[in-house]
Write a protein that binds this ligand. Structure first.
Ligand code: AHG
Ligand code: MN
Ligand code: MN
Length: 324
């Protein structure tokens, strides 16, 4: 195997970059537990039909969406790993209606909101999918409760996502630092392969579901029409895969509000906030189309939001057109 990457494994990197700071004590452990969960989910994703994890459970989740078996399996895996880290007080999860309380001691200093399997419609057809995590510090003076989860995105201390794609990658963002790791399938270890990610100035791609065009309001249609001139459309249907390409190659992702989805389709707490955090640490931006995503005061765990995410200049231009 080529040795031209940093042999820093994720735990060595995190301990070196976060271990010393008391403000983030335990955070490396939380991110490491996500990495361990990602290795377990990756195994199931790679085996797919062979592991009998495709198809639906027959249940409907709090979103009113049919639960894929891998949605449920990945939710169980990450709840297990995060709970066993001993550092997480409460978990909010797309697949679980109510918060999961994992611990109340002062050591349980973090709150995690997660979309354990993003891009569920792509699971059965071997197209890239992923997992998304937002991490907040718990207010130790505060009782651990459902309300502990409802913090604005601007109070996140870290965000992590995984893409199970042609390779399995994990991106971890903390203040002013976005680092990319690649899973070595032979050893089951993540290694640092993309140090200090910054979103490119150039913006060749736009990602949106053009099938919704007729449902958009007139200004948003104008914003999308403007992108059709000069940008290439790339739309996987897995937010996390579209975002990862745009983060590395340059681009903008839009899932605006429309007549069918006046609140937007994506979830604020465990899709828009975490990826908004990563985007901003990498020099990008995330907006509802009117306000900065991370300034939205959440009212419900599973609330939806419109999302314009990626290259800062292009996000600002789209926001200007939507609000004109
Ligand atoms: P999830 O599988 O967690 O429900 O998320 C799916 C989301 C997101 O990943 C993707 O960008 C979007 O749904 C695609 O929506 P459309 O199929 O309406 O384009
Ligand atoms: Mn999702
Ligand atoms: Mn999901």
């Amino acid at each position: 195997m080529r040795e031209n990457y940093d042999r820093n494994s994720i735990s060595e990197f995190l301990n070196a970059s976060l271990g010393k700071s008391s403000r983030y004590s335990g955070l490396a452990h939380v991110i490491q537990s996500i990495a361990q969960g990602a290795v377990r989910v990756n195994e199931q994703v790679q085996q797919a039909a062979l592991a009998d994890v495709l198809g639906t459970t027959g249940d409907t989740n709090v979103q009113g969406e049919i639960v894929q078996r891998l949605d449920a399996a990945s939710s169980d895996i990450f709840v297990d790993e995060l709970s066993n880290s001993g550092k997480v007080a409460v978990i909010g999860c797309e697949e679980i209606e109510d918060p999961v309380v994992a611990g109340r001691s002062d050591d349980h200093a973090y709150i995690v909101l997660m979309d354990p399997l993003d891009g569920s419609s792509n699971i059965d057809v071997a197209v890239s999918i992923g997992s998304i995590f937002g991490i907040w510090k718990r207010d130790l003076d505060e009782e651990v409760s459902a309300d502990s989860l409802l913090k604005p995105g601007n109070e996140q201390v870290a965000a992590v996502y995984v893409v199970y794609g042609s390779s399995t990658v994990m991106v971890a963002a903390t203040e002013n630092s976005v680092q990319g790791f690649t899973l070595d399938p032979a050893t089951g270890q993540f290694f640092l392969t993309n140090r200090d990610i910054v979103i490119p100035e150039e913006c060749p791609y736009y990602s949106t579901n053009e099938g919704n065009f007729e449902e958009l309001d007139v200004n948003t249609r104008q914003a999308v029409s403007d992108l059709r001139n000069g940008y290439s459309l790339r739309y996987v249907g897995s937010l996390v895969a579209d975002f990862h390409r745009n983060l590395l190659k340059g681009g903008i992702f839009l899932y605006p509000a429309d007549t069918k989805r006046p609140e937007g389709r994506l979830r604020l707490m465990y899709e828009a906030n975490p990826l908004g955090f990563v985007a901003e640490q990498a020099g990008g931006a995330a907006s509802t189309g009117y306000v900065r995503i991370m300034d939205v005061m959440p009212e419900q765990l599973h609330q939806r939001t419109p999302l314009i995410l990626g290259n800062k200049d292009v996000v600002n231009k789209v926001v200007q057109t939507i609000g004109s």
